[in-house]
Design a protein around this ligand. Structure first.
Ligand SMILES: Cc1cc2nc3c(=O)[nH]c(=O)nc-3n(C[C@H](O)[C@H](O)[C@H](O)COP(=O)(O)OP(=O)(O)OC[C@H]3O[C@@H](n4cnc5c(N)ncnc54)[C@H](O)[C@@H]3O)c2cc1C
Length: 269
């Protein structure tokens, strides 16, 4: 048996520590699924990430466009990391065979890229993407949740690494403040600040992200934005900044200021 005055749970999406305190997943928050595989490929030295927005439920063009995207990035060691992620804002979510979806998408790519079974260097691996604070409260009874354990994946793009690291830093800062106080109400108040710090940092932006995932869960919206939005450079610059969370917080250009203002105005819940 181990005892500690505070525990920082960084145990990922399994969230065993949180579950032991009965802190459950919030059903009103989005969840994603991602699968990926490595392939030997001539594209291993690509120095950019390529995104494919067209993932079809059935045959391309003949069925529903799914809310998600495929990615390809060069690893530089002879392989590419190729995968896809999808949101639970569509009825297809529960019934999708993700390995099959990956294979069908890859079958439609140029064969010279090498994303075929014989070039795979390992099995398909996958996991859940817990988004937009989908587990809360982030502090209770001496336990702080960081990263996937606290569901801090960005709902716009499914990225969770930077957010896991940053929530870890925020939790560490709060912990240092708290442990400087003597045990009791004063320390407890310091620890209670952690969920507020997280909300201030991401709350408004994640609220916008939740609206976004609801919208793209509608196949008509998804089709319209990919067909009419993609060819418009200014709209795409705006979309890239918003989806990748790449705005300059100190001002930047008009697009940065617009997105920062939207994030500030959106309720941080
Ligand atoms: C296929 C896929 C692709 C992804 N691609 C990207 C991407 O390109 N960019 C990006 O930003 N994010 C990506 N993500 C999301 C990202 O991987 C996660 O958000 C991120 O790893 C979360 O970090 P974490 O430290 O909170 O949890 P994890 O990385 O899951 O780490 C938790 C660790 O705790 C360990 N653990 C759990 N329980 C116990 C226990 N009881 N005892 C001991 N150890 C335990 C686990 O073994 C694990 O090592 C992807 C996710 C998937 C599934």
């Amino acid at each position: 048996m181990f005892h500690a005055p505070l525990v920082i749970a960084a145990d990922g999406n399994s969230a065993r520590m949180a579950l032991s305190l009965n802190i459950r997943r919030r059903e009103d928050r989005p969840l994603g699924v991602a699968v990926r595989q490595y392939y030997r490929s001539p594209r291993t030295h690509d120095n950019y990430l390529e995104s494919h927005l067209e993932l079809w439920e059935g045959k391309p063009g003949a069925s529903r466009l799914l809310p998600g995207y495929g990615w390809i990035f060069g690893v530089g060691d002879g392989t590419s990391n190729v995968g896809l992620g999808m949101l639970n804002t569509t009825s297809a979510f529960q019934n999708t065979d993700y390995k099959d979806l990956l294979r069908r998408w890859l079958n439609g790519l140029p064969p010279e890229w090498g994303y075929t079974e014989e070039n795979a260097t390992g099995p398909v691996r996958g996991g859940a993407l817990p988004m937009a604070f989908n587990r809360a409260p982030h502090y209770r009874d001496g336990l702080l949740l960081v990263g996937d354990a606290g569901g801090v994946v960005n709902p716009f793009n499914g990225e969770g690494i930077a957010y896991a690291m940053e929530s870890g830093r925020l939790a560490a800062e709060v912990t240092v403040q708290a442990l400087a106080r003597s045990q009791g109400p004063s320390r407890e108040r310091a620890l209670q600040a952690y969920p507020n710090v997280l909300r201030q940092r991401y709350g408004g932006y994640y609220t916008l992200g939740r609206v976004f995932v609801e919208l793209i869960g509608n196949p008509t919206v998804m089709r319209t934005v990919t067909r009419y939005g993609l060819p418009r450079p200014t709209l795409m610059r705006f979309t890239l900044k918003l989806l990748a969370n790449l705005t300059d917080p100190r001002g930047g250009d008009a697009l940065d200021r617009l997105i920062n203002a939207m994030s500030r105005l959106a309720p941080a819940t």
